[in-house]
Design a binder for this molecule. Structure first.
Ligand code: AVJ
Length: 324
């Protein structure tokens, strides 16, 4: 029996039902301050665009975090100990997790948790083929809503991995709730390796979210294209523009889509009116200082034992232990 067959023991979730997508979209666009949930960026088109973003000169997070992981892999392996269970929240390109699996001392189990079932199963199968000694147990679930861990993972041997500064998509209060809930789920003594983008020169941040080649603009606009494709939408993409701006006070990059005209768009027959200049807020990406993030995590029940940054202090990695 291959390890991957364990996936069947876990309830798998199909694609997001159209009616949930539709009600989320209509709800977000009915508010005075229009917004759309950023989780809907990642259909097949959007995931490919995000992969392209990760290779851009301006988008420093991916290469910086990857280099940090490489530089600290042995140290991380020492902290993780022998026979660890690695739980990854959101399984991306799997480049980063391979760095960990290569360095860890006889890792016992790899548990990728991801909402996109097809992507998850395919990536897990490749990993299982390349690491035959590791039991790969993919869990198809929305890790924000909750997920079941496979049996036999003692908290003190478990390490969660949450790379990419995805934590930055949460508002700080929500990030705290999420980290606390994760800690309760994993149990006392569990460890967390988390990647967090750092505050820096606004020009560097804004370039990272508004690249010259327009890949991030296409990524943002794909949300409207996706609504057209899946929800019978009538967005004219030429009448919206990509906006990325850094709010220094809040420490967050905001992405918006700005209406270039007064216009009415229909979504599944429902009319949505836009004034010229009005925006749809599509994403927040919070940036932290190292002490600021450690304080937030501490209030969520995680003690930070190590924090690592690159020489230019662009990005940080933190090793945390759950207490209580
Ligand atoms: C994957 C959410 C961390 O906020 O940097 C990249 C997503 N948005 N460019 C980020 C994103 C625009 C990314 N996260």
């Amino acid at each position: 029996m291959t390890a991957i067959s364990a996936a069947r023991a876990h309830p798998a979730q199909g694609p997001v039902p159209d009616d949930v997508f539709l009600s989320d979209v209509l709800e977000g666009l009915s508010r005075p301050d229009k917004s759309l949930p950023c989780k809907y960026f990642y259909d097949a088109e959007g995931s490919a665009l995000f992969d392209a973003i990760c290779t851009l000169d301006e988008y420093y997070p991916t290469r910086t975090e990857t280099a940090l992981l490489q530089a600290r892999a042995d140290e991380i392996a020492g902290l993780a100990g022998r026979g660890a269970t690695l739980v990854e929240l959101g399984s991306g390109s799997s480049v980063k997790v391979r760095i960990l699996l290569d360095a860890l001392d006889a890792p016992a189990m790899y548990v990728p948790v991801d909402i996109s079932r097809d992507h998850l199963i395919a990536a897990a199968a490749r990993l299982a083929g390349d690491y035959p000694a590791v039991t790969v147990v993919p869990v198809a679930a929305d890790y924000v809503r909750g997920f079941a861990l496979p049996r036999g993972a003692a908290p003190e041997r478990t390490m969660a991995f949450f790379p990419g500064s995805t934590i930055g998509n949460f508002r700080p209060a929500e990030a705290m709730t999420f980290l606390d809930t994760l800690g309760r789920r994993l149990g006392a003594g569990a460890r967390l390796l988390i990647g967090v983008d750092l505050r820096k020169d606004p020009a560097v941040l804004e370039a990272a979210y508004d690249d010259v080649r327009g890949v991030t603009a296409a990524f943002n606009m794909n949300l409207l294209a996706r609504i057209n494709r899946e929800l019978d939408g009538t967005f004219d993409l030429d009448r919206f523009a990509h906006v990325a701006r850094y709010d220094t006070a809040r420490g967050r990059i905001e992405m918006h889509l700005r209406s270039l005209d007064d216009q009415t768009v229909h979504i599944a027959g429902h009319p949505i009116r836009f004034a010229r200049g009005e925006t749809i807020h599509t994403e927040n990406s919070y940036k932290y200082s190292v002490p600021g993030f450690r304080r937030l995590a501490a209030r969520a029940g995680w003690h930070t034992e190590r924090s690592w940054t690159d020489e230019s202090r662009l990005f940080s990695l933190h090793w945390m232990v759950r207490h209580g």
